[in-house]
Design a protein around this ligand. Sequence first.
Ligand code: WTA
Length: 680
Amino acid sequence: MLPARVPSADDASSDQDNRIAVRRGGSKVGTEKSDTLIHDVPAGWARRAHADAAKYSSMYASSVSTPDAFWAEHGKRIDWIKPFTKVKNTSFAPGKVSIKWFEDGTTNVAMNCIDRHLARRAGQVAIIWEGDDPAESRHITYAELHDQVCRFANVLKSHGVKKGDTVTIYLPMIPEAAYAMLACAQIGAVHSIVFGGFSPDALAGRIEGCQSKVLVTADEGLRGGRKVPLKVNADDALKKVAGIVKTMIVVKRTGGGIDWVDGRDVWYADEVAKASADCAPVEMNAEDPLFLLYTSGSTGAPKGVVHSTGGYLVFASMTHQYLFDYHDGDIYWCTADVGWVTGHSYIVYGPLANGATTLMFEGIPNYPSTSRFWQVVDKHKVNIFYTAPTAIRSLMGAGEEPVKQTSRASLRLLGSVGEPINPEAWDWYHRVVGDGRCPIVDTWWQTETGGILISPLPGATALKPGSATLPFFGVMPEVVDASGAVLTGACEGNLVIADSWPGQMRTVYGDHERFMQTYFATYPGKYFTGDGCRRDADGYYWITGRVDDVINVSGHRMGTAEVESALVAHQKVSEAAVVGFPHDIKGQGIYAYVTLMSDAEPSGELRKELVAWVRKEIGPIAAPDVIQFAPGLPKTRSGKIMRRILRKIAEDEVGALGDTSTLADPAVVDDLIKNRHSQK
Ligand code: WTA
């Protein structure tokens, strides 16, 4: 059980005690500025948080020197049906990658997120739901969550869903999304959530990939006052992959007009009303999959990242407790969408396993106004707030006034995730949103890692704006150069993780070979993150962004290959190459070089048509910001596109193109430079 946050003498002096001292310092490495500000841990935080600096150091040391003993102890933070006797059994060896944690234990995730809390917390609010419309909100207690999840679990069973089957969920941010996830967990079904912003094509591909018999969706979503046609998209998707989905379960969210396929479509509410509220959690092995989640990589179609039951939950709940300094009674809000991994680990599974009150928000940061986030904080007295740098940057643009109109007195801690946070945004978040009194935990992790790997511990780690700081317990980051040599001390290179942690993905759905190739072949024996990274003389990690062909648009991962294949599917396009470029709000924007078929003419119209085409093929998040028509692309003599050059041109760094002598036709580059869309 979590230690409660007991009011103490510290609280009386908390203003004094919690003031964050700032000093200049830090070590200069690479591009790091020598005037980095360091925010020391205030005394009050060091006393009250789950770990101070000394405790972090000793726990970290034992977590990496004796992982079996460390995780045997912390594995007990969840309830087991049959306790594990084995802890870590993992290998990153080339061709033999195998990851197992707590492998002989059995448990159930829904049991841990709901049932085990009922004795103490039946009446406690589990989920605060805040609608898109500020007039709409709901409080769902653990007892009600239990009732809803059991009923929906029985609905799934009545439609033939069994342990090990996949269920695709394509829902907006409504409580039913959490019910559906937990109902799957309860009966041992594996959910695959598809973000509501994805297109019918993207949904179809993901349904086909995991062969779900059941799809759970809504008539329409509601975001920023606008309707999202989920059922229309789902109908379209099922036309593309006929015969797989037998049942579509539809939540009525807006009541908008939709088509109906008798015999296939059923209303969520009707089904739940008929179902029994009694359903026992199914006993699952620790290594049974809990969910899969499709994510973009540098090549090919998105892959299904598979997460486990036991190790995943231990890791998600422990990181949630320690890194967000979660204590009983806190109101916690993560603004992510459940369609992304952040929503899985830090809206639903981590917080609920800890018996937390987790806030789920249907809307967007600037509707009805740019004060919305802070109004929601005041309305529900949010203590812990976790969002993405892109949201901060876009709100910064509206100035301080919309923030200052609100109190935010309840806030104690702020979190950031999804992309590097630039020091200016960090400072604004800290000074304006947090009134200078809330530590910021800049949490680095990935869909593949299941939970946060590098982040400050708020009572232990002095903060440097822009740095994700230090590894969590059990995490062994290393910085390597291109040849794989491990760099020591202050350095810059690629980020790898030397050994396994319990929340790590186990495989790519249906393709273990691809798992090994993607993550363990670049630097044999190590997990390659795909990120570049700098480490300073204090051992702090500074993530510099992706070093592969993945771009990060507003914290959303996008494979350049996916956007390229959408573009070349257009009949007027013969070839396309896509790269990222720095974007003030989105972090990275999408820059597409497009070569047309010989009978097609470049035009503004066609440019618009191609942007709309990509939106339709993948979804709005993939829409290119820039399309440059290119008569030719820079290629090596063997026909490989030289993306390095395309990146430089997109970044407007045309003076630094490097060696172009290996190009088959160097003249191509002159045209690209002349016709570039300057971002400056
Ligand atoms: C990036 C999101 C810098 C990184 C949880 C990573 C970050 C990718 C941070 C994973 C951060 C995430 N600082 N970069 N705090 N957090 N990233 O799978 O490039 O959607 O590889 O997981 O986002 O994105 P994903």
